[in-house]
Design a protein around this ligand. Structure first.
Ligand code: NAD
Length: 508
């Protein structure tokens, strides 16, 4: 189906792989109808009170108030900085202040001229797309990002259905979030918005209904807010801990969850390297995105002796041919309160480069771990790597994929490559049900076996190598011909999902 501007929608484009794999396995027509669209598409609005702000004046506006006397705002720490240059104006900032205002403009020494923008209630668009639950409760991340749409969340929710099947965890697929740039709001505003999101979505959620987790723009702190609001007033709160995963380990999260997605990416890369007899020690790696997934992948690969030679994120790109000190970069980007956008830009241990230059660096492995549709046909033509290990969801367009195949650049598709996160989310959910706490060693031992086994199955399907090994049996999944690795991953997912419909049948 064509989108409004004649272009295929993201969802339709992503579903090309689904239909290719469904054709290959001769999927039952009713099963195809059941899973080619989401079960439910929830779109709703969430309101929250936004505080007053100090918004920096444009240069030409400043000229008009240049002789405005400075105001002595003593409680400077009560001006909370935001990434867009504004400040949240907490009332306590004004308690002992000596103020001069002109047409709502204030001059704060060493900070500049600001317009006071009145806060008040604001409305935000929210989504929860529940794609499929035949294998278990809906499961998928919550994204807070300025570019969100129904089309995007449908695509990501379907990806979760395929991914949970590949990871062999008893969940279905979902995705959702709020259309907001979280960097432009205070912690408190994000907390209130999250509580209100759960207030509205509570009926859709539950440890056996739909289980959110962190995604772009959200983290363990936001999962804690969600759990608090969901369990508030419930008599058996502790039974409900599994309503969200990706929580802090001190409140029911799992050891290893924060790094699980990156760890899973590395387990896949290790398998690729083992097969290719490629030494990861000294391997040159490009990482796009230095958030949860990118930073963990970089850290684990660097600990194995790989060299992270360049990193790109939403605000800049950096390179160091000798290898970037990942711990120092983490301290600069993630663990530094003054770095409001948590960006790698400005890191002193590497030189700044352009995003165009980033793609062209001579390296062995590229780990896209940012947003979708980054590796277009044009980018794929320019890459000088042997492997693209997809940490992000949907980083490669269909055209990008065709170019990578033609150029014989290997790909580890997202639905296996980044499945470590949802796998450990399942372990967290299990620990919550059992009120247990596993060690990180136990978590990673299980994760490694799960990821490597399912990745091996996908490689067998791709090469039509039907075999039974002590670890797995690929005979029921091979389709009698070779296929590209992305279609092979989808074949594994679809065969596991289809089995439920075929064996359980349909209620009429
Ligand atoms: P995050 O919010 O922690 O980090 C996102 C990173 O991407 C940031 O460094 C940001 O600067 C960068 N980025 C954003 N826009 C960009 C752009 N236009 N160009 C370059 N970089 C850009 O998010 P995350 O949790 O690390 O998720 C990253 C990707 O991994 C997403 O595609 C997400 O869906 C996927 N994923 C995450 C998990 C998880 O457990 N968090 C699991 C599976 C898949």
């Amino acid at each position: 189906m064509a989108g409004r501007i004649g272009k295929k929608s993201l969802f339709d484009e992503a579903m090309e792989t689904f239909h290719r794999a469904a054709d290959l396995i001769n999927m039952h027509p009713r099963v195809r109808l059941e899973i080619e669209e989401p079960d439910f598409e929830h779109i709703f609005y969430v309101t929250a009170d936004i505080r007053d702000r100090l918004v920096p004046l444009e240069a030409e506006e400043q000229a008009k108030v240049k002789d405005l006397a400075p105001s002595d705002v003593r409680a400077g720490e009560a001006l909370e900085p935001l990434a867009n240059g504004s400040f949240i104006l907490h009332r306590r900032a004004l308690l002992e202040a000596d103020l001069t205002l002109k047409k709502g403009v204030i001059n704060i020494p060493k900070k500049g001229f600001f317009r006071i923008e009145k806060g008040g209630p604001r409305k935000f668009k929210a989504y929860r797309i529940q794609h499929n639950q035949v294998r278990g409760p809906y499961k998928g991340g919550i994204r807070y990002h300025k570019d969100c749409s129904l089309d995007l969340f449908k695509t990501l929710a379907a990806d979760m259905t395929w991914k949970t099947a590949i990871a062999e965890v008893p969940f279905g697929g979902a995705k959702g979030g709020i259309k907001i740039d979280p960097f432009n709001y205070s912690k408190e505003e994000i907390e209130h918005l999250t509580l209100r999101f759960v207030y509205k979505a509570k009926g859709l959620m539950g440890p056996f209904i739909d289980i959110p987790a962190p995604d772009v723009g959200t983290n363990g702190e936001i999962m804690a807010y969600m759990m608090r609001q969901f369990t508030d007033g419930e008599r058996e709160r502790h039974k409900l801990r599994g309503v969200v995963t990706g929580k802090d380990v001190r409140i029911g999260g799992s050891e290893g969850r924060v790094k699980a997605t990156g760890q899973g990416v590395v387990y896949c890369i290790e398998e690729w390297a083992r097969e290719k007899q490629f030494d990861l020690k000294g391997a040159r790696v490009l990482v796009q995105g230095f958030g949860n997934v990118g930073s963990a992948t970089a850290e684990i690969l660097a600990a194995q002796g790989a060299k992270i030679v360049a990193v790109n994120d939403a605000n800049g790109s950096i390179a160091n041919d000798a290898g970037i000190d990942v711990a120092a970069l983490f301290a600069h980007a993630q663990a530094n309160p003054a770095n409001l956008r948590r960006t790698v830009a400005g890191f002193s241990g590497a030189k700044a480069i352009s995003k165009d230059d980033f793609w062209e660096i001579d390296a062995d492995i590229l780990v896209p771990a940012a947003l979708g549709e980054e590796i277009t046909g044009v980018v794929a033509e320019r890459l000088k790597v042997k492997l693209v290990a997809e940490g992000a969801n949907g980083p490669t367009t269909q055209e990008g994929d065709r170019v990578l195949q033609a150029r014989k650049i290997d790909v580890i598709p997202d639905i296996i490559c980044n499945a470590g996160g949802v796998t450990v989310s399942y372990y967290e959910w299990l620990q919550n049900q059992r009120l247990e706490h596993w060690t990180e060693g136990e978590v990673n031992r299980r994760l490694e076996q799960a990821i490597k086994k399912n990745y091996a199955l996908i490689r067998d399907i791709s090469r039509n190598r039907a075999q039974r090994t002590p670890l797995y049996d690929s005979r029921p999944y091979c389709v009698g011909q070779e296929t590209d690795i992305r279609t092979a991953a989808m074949v594994l997912a679809l065969k596991r999902i289809e089995a439920h419909y075929l064996l359980e049948g349909f209620s009429q």
